[in-house]
Design a protein around this ligand. Structure first.
Ligand SMILES: Cc1ncc(COP(=O)(O)O)c(C=O)c1O
Length: 436
């Protein structure tokens, strides 16, 4: 076994410069089971971020382990491409399409969310003959070239990254409304801004609009249902395809349907997924309407590892486990319990500015002052350290890194939620005591 110091040294020597790690003293994770992960000393942590929002059915689920063992024992082919037939990818396609919004019946499997978005953006441009895609400020769609050109965070963007054919609408960020509206005075100015953006920064037709139904990297910004209804109409009026990026929100995490697009009745032409789809296996998916898929006909498209048997098997079993163990209902109940508890906590813990999200995709935005809403970025980093000391792993996000992110496996129990809440409350108290 390599020590944490050895691994860190090798990373410093050989990994690319922008590869960072959480925590001042990085954490080496070796084993995992259910919601728990274990470091090299055997210390147990409650994993409330699941990689980065990947663990849906729980780490090392026994059903998945058994199926993988069987595949290996029976010498099932480990790698094959879509140039040959293999039942695992079609079995997954069948199960996944059952969960798709009405009218979406085609799927392609990739290795990641970025690749899924690349395909969706390419398909939108091919099918409309238009170039321009509208995205949202504060959004994130991946680190490949086209996906990155749609990133609404300067922190993730690179110098000289081409962004031709891209324009951004203002963010539907209720807590920090770019129009300075309050819920009582809101008239969906952010939705109307999609139209203004098309009218003022395109030639009047677009290829697509791409958005996450909850903005993950942006800090679990969670616009109301009506926003999407209004925007989808605008997008279609201007000839564009609606791409719903469900890389973080999918796989039942939001506690209503397997896909949030379906629950919110978003009139999407394409939906992309990854993360929770494979419960940790590297797989993404782009789903689309037949009419969009048909426009790609006659061209070649290939992805060496897309549709890999091991990945597609794990994704199908994850869908089945989510159904059989009623994990979507659990996400709804536990998510509601966590939100209510953290809202109550915010009465005494003044660092908490906003609590938001859907199901088990929860953001707690930390602010230095609840009135002025100054971003509490250093405090958020410190809070993560304190939570870690108390055996709780959470993530962080937001343009200014001041949103604590909770995205535990959908199996989380009430007792585990209480344990997480206790660690969070104690950590916030410690921060206040220190006057950080
Ligand atoms: C909403 C969203 N889309 C796309 C991606 C890119 O996925 P991947 O890292 O698997 O390429 C991410 C990753 O965090 C994401 O959050």
């Amino acid at each position: 076994m390599s020590s944490t110091e050895e691994i860190l040294e090798l990373r410093k020597k050989h990994f690319l410069a922008p590869i960072v790690h959480y925590y001042k003293k990085p954490l080496q994770l070796l084993r995992a089971k259910g919601i728990h992960v274990y470091d090299e000393k055997g210390k147990e942590y409650l994993d409330c971020i699941g990689g980065i929002v990947c663990i849906s059915a729980g780490h090392n689920h026994p059903r998945i382990k058994e199926a993988l063992r069987k595949m290996l024992d029976e010498d099932e082919i480990q790698h094959t491409t879509t140039l040959y037939l293999n039942r695992h990818s079609t079995d997954l396609a069948k199960e996944l399409i059952k969960e798709a919004p009405k009218g979406i019946d085609r799927v392609f499997f990739s290795n990641s969310g970025s690749e899924a978005n690349e395909v969706a953006l390419m398909a939108a441009r091919q099918s409309t003959g238009e170039t321009t895609v509208v995205n949202l400020r504060h959004s994130y769609h991946g680190c490949t070239s086209t996906a990155l050109s749609h990133c609404g965070h300067s922190t993730w963007r690179y110098r000289a990254q081409p962004t031709a054919g891209v324009t951004s609408a203002l963010e539907p960020y209720c807590y920090r409304c770019p129009f300075n509206k309050k819920p009582e005075s809101c008239d969906f100015e952010c939705a109307k801004n999609v139209e203004t953006t098309i009218q003022t920064s395109t030639h009047g037709k677009i290829a697509a609009f791409i958005a996450e139904p909850v903005m993950g990297v942006g800090g679990f910004i969670s616009p109301p249902k009506e926003y999407f209804t209004r925007v989808a109409k605008i997008v279609h009026n201007y000839g564009g395809k609606y791409i719903s990026d469900e890389v973080q929100t999918g796989a039942g995490r939001c506690g209503g349907e397997y896909l949030l697009t379906k629950e919110l009745e978003i009139d999407a032409d394409m939906v992309t997924m990854a993360k929770g789809l494979g419960n940790g296996a590297p797989i993404g998916a782009v789903m689309m309407k037949t009419e969009v898929s048909d426009t790609l006909g006659g061209k070649m498209f290939f992805n060496t590892f897309g549709s890999d048997p091991y990945q597609t098997l794990q994704a199908r079993l994850s869908i089945e486990i989510i159904r059989d163990e009623k994990l979507i209902q659990n996400a709804k109940q536990m998510g509601a319990f966590l939100v209510e508890s953290i809202k109550t906590m915010s009465r005494t813990r003044k660092l908490i500015g906003d609590v938001r999200g859907r199901g088990l995709l929860l953001g707690v935005e930390l602010v230095k002052n609840q009135e002025t809403k100054e971003h509490a970025s250093a405090e958020t980093a410190e809070l993560m350290e304190l939570c870690r000391e108390r055996g709780l792993l959470v993530g962080k996000g937001g343009l200014f890194g001041n949103v604590v992110r909770f995205a535990p496996p959908l199996t989380i129990t009430r007792a585990q939620c209480e344990q997480a809440l206790k660690a969070l409350d104690e950590s916030l108290f410690e921060l206040e005591k220190r006057g950080v």
